[in-house]
Design a protein around this ligand. Structure first.
Ligand SMILES: Nc1ncnc2c1ncn2[C@@H]1O[C@H](COP(=O)(O)OP(=O)(O)OP(=O)(O)O)[C@@H](O)[C@H]1O
Length: 525
């Protein structure tokens, strides 16, 4: 019978190390996060029971098996001396990091919290899960305390982020119409706003803004100024603070956010909210403005001149934001417009000392918008001029995102064959051991079907010389790939009683699969 080989040639026999399901484990921290979670702000990053069905959730949390992130994780010992035509089993799947990230995101999207005490539904949105990471509410940004929830939509089954302003009474119906303008804007560095509506479901007057939901995002504030900040403050031997955030990160933020501002200003709107707690990071270095359109409804419509001032303010706020991140100095933003010119110029000096002249000049341009407008043409700073000014950095950013796109494409190509094999496996399972043919010996004991039954045994039911099952994903992939390609190579199939054996080519087996499957699909087949 089949002997398990430690390493084989991919052209004829791909190498795949033995796949041992007993080594699959569940991450301990996930096992703790299982159902019946209470509404706990500090544990919001954890997962509750995912919804079994987007439309028809069960009220009671069902027993839920955690995702097995380790399913394809490489297990030692790792073979380092592969020949060019050899591949490890991981080579057939997405890399572990990307797969885990995507799985965690999809798990977060499907999370539900049956005992949250929140309204069961709001308009077409249901299964609300709070996303706020701290319980303290402040009206600093919008003038009203705000909350944010994840919810499913009954109309399209998608997941949305609902931002609620508590205690807001809509005075002018017309102001909510600006949401339509925001809805039409499309920019990769903005979270799309879909609609806004008022509700009394929370027992007060609230207004809800509906945005795209980006699972597991964090705010720029948490990333740079929160307790677990990604770039801790660096001090030199004299205790002086040095630069902790790499310049490349700062440029990436500047490029993305100025691109969002360009789209917004071109539509005669202004962002009006550039607070680090309202800019989210949806993956590494991918930032998005997340609370657009709210101030237009809350603050009411403004004149053309006032809009121009608001746009100018956007530039200043962008400058302050990046300066505060570069210098690790929160007060530049928390003091708002009352921040002193002295503090700004001190921090600009710091930037000039530790970062490039290009960055210092870009920030100086943005921050000069209030004091000394410098645009030669219009006399007023504007985002178009700014984008023009930092064009070389746009080019650098474009280049790195193209590189990233290439690496994602190559990740994707690893999975290309897997879809094909799943389809083949489905066909196989449709064909083999159909219960309605249990008593019909003609079904699988003769002809094509018999060959397929023996081939299935050959692929999945190998035993070693001691009669123990051989669980080898390499053998399965190799055999199925050959079957799918219909190669001329021959395979020996042995009957279950080991009394007879048949020698047949993959090409013949492939045509058996086609014939039998077509037979099955015939209306009266
Ligand atoms: N569109 C969105 N999709 C997914 N998550 C989001 C979205 N917008 C915000 N979040 C997340 O929701 C959480 C709370 O956001 P929020 O804006 O309330 O920030 P906050 O730090 O609690 O600020 P505040 O103190 O002003 O409430 C953050 O972790 C943020 O990443």
């Amino acid at each position: 019978m089949y002997n398990q080989k430690p390493m084989v040639n991919i052209n004829s026999q791909p190498f795949v190390p033995s796949y041992n399901p007993t080594q699959i484990s569940v991450e301990p921290q996930l096992a703790q996060n299982m159902p019946n979670q209470r509404y706990d702000y500090n544990s919001m990053a954890q997962y509750a029971t995912p919804a079994p069905d987007l439309y028809y959730q069960q009220a009671q949390a069902a027993h839920y098996q955690p995702l097995q992130y380790h399913l394809y994780a490489p297990l030692p010992p790792h073979k380092m001396s592969l020949l060019p035509y050899q591949r490890t089993v991981q080579g057939f799947f997405l890399s572990d990091n990307i797969r885990e990230e995507l799985q965690r995101k999809s798990e977060a999207s499907l999370q539900i919290l049956p005992t949250s005490g929140l309204p069961e539904s709001l308009d077409v949105y249901y299964s609300l899960v709070p996303l706020d990471t701290n319980a303290e509410r402040s009206n600093r940004v919008f003038g009203y305390p705000s909350w944010i929830y994840k919810a499913f939509s009954k109309s399209d089954g998608n997941t949305y982020a609902l931002r609620r302003l508590e205690g807001f009474k809509l005075a002018d119906e017309k102001s909510i119409a600006t949401v339509q303008q925001w809805r039409r804007l499309s920019n990769a560095s903005m979270v799309t706003l879909f609609e806004a509506f008022t509700t009394r479901a929370f027992g007060d007057n609230s207004i809800i803004f509906v945005y795209d939901y980006h699972p597991l995002s964090s705010t720029l504030f948490d990333t740079h100024f929160g307790p677990g900040a990604r770039y801790p403050v660096v001090r030199n031997a004299n205790g002086q603070i040095g630069p902790s955030v790499p310049e490349q990160v700062l440029w990436s933020y500047l490029v993305q956010l100025s691109s969002a501002l360009k789209t917004i200003h071109a539509a005669n709107l202004a962002a009006r909210v550039m607070d680090p707690s309202k800019i989210i990071l949806t993956s590494k270095m991918r930032v998005r403005l997340s609370a657009m359109g709210i101030m237009d409804v809350v603050g009411g419509s403004v004149s053309k001149e006032a809009m121009q001032m608001l746009q100018l303010e956007d530039l200043v706020n962008l400058g302050r934001l990046i300066l505060s991140i570069a210098c690790n100095n929160q007060s530049i933003i928390s003091m708002g417009s009352s921040v002193s010119l002295q503090l700004i110029s001190k921090n600009l000096d710091f930037t000039g000392k530790f970062y490039s002249v290009g960055l210092k000049n870009a920030l100086a341009y943005l921050l000069a918008s209030t004091s000394t407008p410098v645009s030669a043409e219009s006399g007023i700073n504007n985002v178009d001029d700014f984008v023009h000014m930092i064009a070389p950095y746009y080019q650098q950013n474009l280049n790195s995102s193209l590189h990233y796109q290439d690496s994602l494409e190559s990740e994707l190509s690893r999975e290309v064959e897997n879809g094909r094999l799943v389809r083949l496996l489905c066909k196989f399972n449709f064909i083999n051991e159909r219960p309605e043919y249990d008593h019909d010996p003609a079904w699988s004991e003769t002809g094509d079907r018999y060959l397929l039954k023996l081939f299935r045994d050959y692929v999945f039911h190998q035993t070693d010389e001691n009669g123990h099952p051989v669980v080898d994903l390499g053998h399965v992939l190799r055999s199925l790939n050959k079957l799918d390609a219909g190669v001329d190579e021959k395979v020996m199939l042995v009957s279950r009683d080991e009394q007879s054996c048949l020698i047949v080519s993959y090409k013949e087996l492939k045509s058996c699969v086609d014939v039998v499957f077509r037979d099955l699909c015939r209306p009266n087949g």
